[in-house]
Design a protein. Structure first.
Lengths: 499, 499
C-alpha cells in the first residue's frame, strides 16, 4: 500500500515509530504496536505503528514518520513510500509465554534481550517483560541465561592477565568512592583490574564522574585495552563502550514502579562484569536506612543468589555485607570525592579514615578470597596496608591518570565550587544520624555531578560531639542561584539529627 | 523552580506530558514518570515528566510542554512557569501491590480506575496494572469491585421501566446483527431495552455503524432518556456518552500482547451493562474457528464466571453458547447489514434465514429466562415469532428510527457501494467453510465501515452446492481503487473453501 510521508519532526531516540490515521488503520486492520515495513527505493525500515485519532497530526492517505525513520528510508515530506505489514518480533510471543508463567529457554531470553538492544520493542512491550520477570520470577537457570544474553548482545572486552578482578557495590551510600582506592591497591599487588563504572544515576557522583575530575573516562575499547596492557588495569566509564547495553533500556521501564526482580538485578550486575571478562568478583552490599538494600534478610538472600549464579557462570564471587547507614568519606560531589581519594592514596592527614578503612578492608577481602600467593592470602589486610602506606597504590593511580589523558595529578589542583556556605549546629549535642538521601539531594541541588566542584564536605560524622555554632558541613556551588536552591532544599530536609 | 516554556507542538490525546533536559532532571533528582506541578498565575496542571537526552528537543533551563499542558496552564512559548515536584498518584503504589500478588480492595480498584479515566497514569503504568491482573488474576470479589469501579467512574443512565434488559455478544462473527432484530422484538413484548453498542473495533461494522445507516446514533444522555421513555428502548453508540470510559484506555495496552485477563474481560462487559442500569442480561458466546472464543472449555468457564459475578452485582445473567464458526446473515458492512435487518423485520423473502432464526432464538431465550407472564415464558419462541410475523417488531424499529432522527426508513432507500464485483466459483462442489476473519478483512479493505455502502454480500452459505461460474459473493466498494485493494487481498486469502 502506498502512503505520502508527513515528516513529524520528532525524534524518539529509541524505537522507530510511524503514525497512520485511524481510518487507514481500520481499513487495513492495523493496530497500535503493529510493525510496518516501510520502503522507498532500496532503503527500508521496520517501524512500530501508532494511530492518530484526529486528522490534525496525520491525514488519511498519509504516514507520519519520526526522524529516525525518515533518515533510514531516505524520505522527505510528501514523498511516497510503500508500506506493508511486517511480522511482530518473535520476542513478543516469548514475553507472553513468560507472562503465562512458563519458563524461558536460553534461546528465548537471548531473542528478547537482542530485540530490546536493537530497539525493536516498545516501552509497553518491555514493561510486560519486566512485569513477567517480577511476578513469575526467574529461576537460577533463567537468571544465568539472562546474564549471558545481556553479555552477548554487546561488546566483550578481552584483556590479558589473570585473575581478572572486579568489584561491585549495590549502591545508595553517599561518597563511598572505595573503587578508586581499591583498584590501585589491587593492581599494585599484581591483579588485573579492567574497571568500568557508571556515571551518577540517582547520586551526586558516580565513580566515573569523580574519576573524570582527574582524567578522561570516555575511552573506546581499543584505548581501554592499551591502558590495561600497560598499567594492569583502568578506571573508565562503561557507558562510552557498548558493554551489556540492554540494562539501560530495561531500567527506564523499571523506574516508574520501582520494580526490580532479583533475577533481573543479578543479571544486570553480573552482565557488566562478564562483559569485561572478569573472573573473580567482590560484591559489596551496604545495608541500612537510605541504602538500596534496607534489610539484612534481603542482603543475605541476595548474597546466596550471587554465589549460586556466579558459580554457573564460571565466576568466583565473594559477597560482603557492610554498614550502609551513613555516608563514607567526607566529600560528596565529583571534585570533593576525588580530593578524598587522593588524600587517602597519598596518606595525607586530611584523608577520611572511614574511606581508608573500608577500602583496605575490601582490598584485603579480595586478596584473601583470591590469593596470588600463600603469604598474601593470610595477611590480606596487612599486605593491602603496606601497599597503600608505601605509596605504591598512589604510583599506580598516577600511571592510570597519565595513560587516560591526565587532567589533574595533585590534590591542590582540584577546584571546588566558587561559593561555599557553612551549615552550623543550632545547638550542642551528639550527631546521631546523617541521612544518605537528604545529603545526596542537597549536593545535587547545589549542582553535582554536572558542576564538578559542587557538593558537600562533611566536617563531622555520626557519634561526634558538636557545640552550638560548630560547622557541621560546607556546601559548595558554582553560582549564587544554585546555592540558594540548595539552602531552600535544606529547610525541607532534616538530614542530620543532633540530640 | 522556574523554567522557560518550549512549546513542543505535539498532542498526546491522553496523559499530560512535560519534558526537561536530563541535566535539570538530574540536578532536581527527577526521573521519567515523576509528576510535575506546573503553575502559571492561577492556572496549573500536573504533567508526567519525560527526559530529553539531547539539548535539541529541550535545552537546560527550559521545560517542553505538550499542547494539552500549554492550554491548561495558559502558557506560550518562552513564557516562565513555576515547576514543583508533585506526589505520584496513589494508584501507582496500589498497582505495585497487585504486582506483588496482594489482593486489592474495593477502594484500591476504584482509585486505580479513576486515575486511568482521568488520564493520570502513563501507558507503562497501565501496562503494569494489566500485567498484574493477568499474572496474579482477579478473584471474584476483585472482579466485582473492578466492575463497580468502571461503572462509577463514568455516567450512569437511569431510565424508567423494569426489567431493564440488555444483551451482549463476545464477538468475532461477521454479520451477526441480531441486536437490531432482538431489541425491537423485546420492546414490543414490553421489556425496557436501553441498548448501547460499539462501533467497529476490528470488524467491518459494529451495531452502531449499521444502525447509523438508518438514523442518528450519537445521542447525549438526555436525548437517550427521551427516546427510551417514549419507545421503551433505543439503539445508540455507547462511545458518544461517558459510560464506563476506563475500558478504552485499558484496551490500548492490552492489544500489543493480546493480554486479556478473564476478570478484566468480565468487568469490561458487565460495566457497560451496569452503566445503563441493566438488571437482566443475555450473554452470547459464539464459539468456533475465527470467533473470539475458540474452545468450548473456555466458553463454559466464562459462562460460570459471568453468572457468579453477575449474582454479586445484583444482575440476572443468562449465558448461551452458540455456533460462531461462520458468518450470520448475508450482508457484511453497514448498509448491507442494515438491509438484512430490515428484510428480517419486514418478513421479506430476501431475509437471511440464519439471522432470523438466531434473533428469534435469542429473544425467546430472554423471554423464557425473564418472563413477563406465565404464558409468555412457556412459549418464548412462538411469542417472539408472533411479534416478528405480525409486524409489531418493525413498528417498534420505525419508532426508534424516527425518534433518533431518521435517515432511511425503507429497505429500497439503502444505497450500496457504487461499484460491485461478483466472485465466482472456480469449480463445482460443496461449500465446506466460510472463514469469518478472511471475509471481514476483504469487506474492510473494500472500505467498510467508513464507506457505509462497502462490504460483501454472500449468495451462498456453508453446505450449499455450487456449480462452476456461480456467484459466491459480491464485493461492494465506493471507488475503483478500493475495489482493486479488495481484489488484491482476496488473492492472499482462501476465506471460502469449496470441495
Amino acid at each position: 500500500m502506498k502512503f505520502k510521508v508527513t515528516d513529524l519532526d520528532i525524534s524518539t531516540g529509541g524505537t522507530l515509530v510511524a503514525v497512520l490515521n485511524h481510518k487507514d488503520a481500520t481499513m487495513l486492520d492495523l493496530h497500535t504496536g503493529d510493525r510496518l515495513h516501510i520502503t522507498r527505493g532500496r532503503k527500508s525500515a521496520v517501524a512500530v505503528l501508532d494511530i492518530a485519532e484526529s486528522s490534525k497530526a496525520v491525514k488519511p492517505g498519509r504516514i507520519g514518520l519520526m526522524e529516525e525513520v525518515i533518515r533510514k528510508v531516505g524520505a522527505k515530506n510528501s514523498c511516497v513510500v510503500n508500506v506493508n505489514l511486517d511480522k511482530k518480533p518473535k520476542s513478543i510471543a516469548l514475553i507472553r509465554k513468560k507472562l503465562e508463567g512458563k519458563t524461558l529457554s536460553d534461546d528465548d531470553l537471548f531473542t528478547i534481550i537482542e530485540d530490546i538492544v536493537k530497539n525493536k520493542l516498545t516501552s509497553v512491550e518491555i514493561t510486560y517483560f519486566v512485569a513477567a520477570g517480577f511476578t513469575r520470577g526467574f529461576n537460577l537457570v533463567e537468571t544465568v541465561s539472562l546474564t549471558k544474553a545481556m553479555i552477548n548482545t554487546g561488546d566483550v572486552l578481552k584483556v590479558g592477565g589473570y585473575p581478572i578482578v572486579d568489584k561491585h557495590c549495590i549502591g545508595g551510600v553517599a561518597g563511598n568512592r572505595t573503587t578508586m582506592v581499591v583498584v590501585p591497591i589491587l593492581i599494585a599487588a599484581g591483579y588485573c583490574v579492567p574497571k568500568t563504572s557508571s556515571r551518577s544515576i540517582t547520586s551526586p557522583a558516580g565513580t566515573s564522574d569523580t574519576m573524570e575530575v582527574l582524567c578522561d573516562v570516555e575511552l573506546d575499547v581499543k584505548s581501554i585495552k592499551k591502558v590495561v596492557d600497560k598499567v594492569g588495569g583502568c578506571m573508565v566509564w562503561g557507558g562510552a563502550v557498548n558493554l551489556a547495553p540492554a540494562d539501560d533500556k530495561i531500567i527506564t521501564v523499571e523506574h516508574p514502579l520501582s520494580v526490580d526482580a532479583e533475577g533481573q538485578l543479578l543479571a544486570s550486575i553480573l552482565a557488566k562484569k562478564g562483559s569485561v571478562s572478569a573472573t573473580h568478583i567482590l560484591v559489596d552490599i551496604p545495608v541500612g536506612r537510605g541504602a538500596k538494600v534496607s534489610s539484612m534478610m534481603k542482603a543475605r538472600r541476595l548474597k546466596g543468589l550471587f554465589i549460586k549464579v556466579g558459580k554457573k557462570l564460571g565466576m568466583k564471587i565473594r559477597v560482603i555485607i557492610t554498614d550502609g547507614s551513613e555516608p563514607i568519606g567526607n566529600g560528596i560531589g565529583p571534585s570533593l570525592e576525588a580530593r578524598d581519594v587522593l588524600w587517602v592514596l597519598s596518606n595525607d592527614s586530611n584523608a577520611p579514615k572511614d574511606l581508608r578503612r573500608k577500602s583496605l578492608m575490601m582490598a584485603a577481602e579480595i586478596m584473601r578470597a583470591y590469593p596470588l600467593s600463600d603469604w598474601k592470602s593470610k595477611h590480606g589486610y596487612r599486605y593491602a596496608k603496606s601497599i597503600l602506606d608505601s605509596g605504591k597504590a598512589m604510583e599506580v593511580m598516577q600511571s592510570i591518570i597519565k595513560k587516560q589523558g591526565a587532567r589533574i595529578t595533585s590534590v591542590d589542583k582540584i577546584k571546588l565550587g566558587k561559593i561555599s556556605f557553612d551549615v552550623k549546629s543550632a545547638g550542642k549535642g551528639k550527631i546521631v544520624r546523617i541521612d544518605n538521601k537528604s545529603i545526596s539531594r542537597i549536593a545535587k541541588v547545589a549542582g553535582a555531578p554536572f558542576d564538578k566542584g559542587a557538593g558537600i564536605y562533611l566536617h563531622h560524622h555520626v557519634g561526634d560531639q558538636v557545640d552550638k555554632g560548630d560547622t557541621i558541613f560546607t556546601i559548595y556551588a558554582e553560582n549564587k542561584q544554585k546555592m540558594s536552591y540548595a539552602k531552600e532544599f535544606m529547610k525541607q530536609y532534616d538530614g542530620i539529627v543532633i540530640r
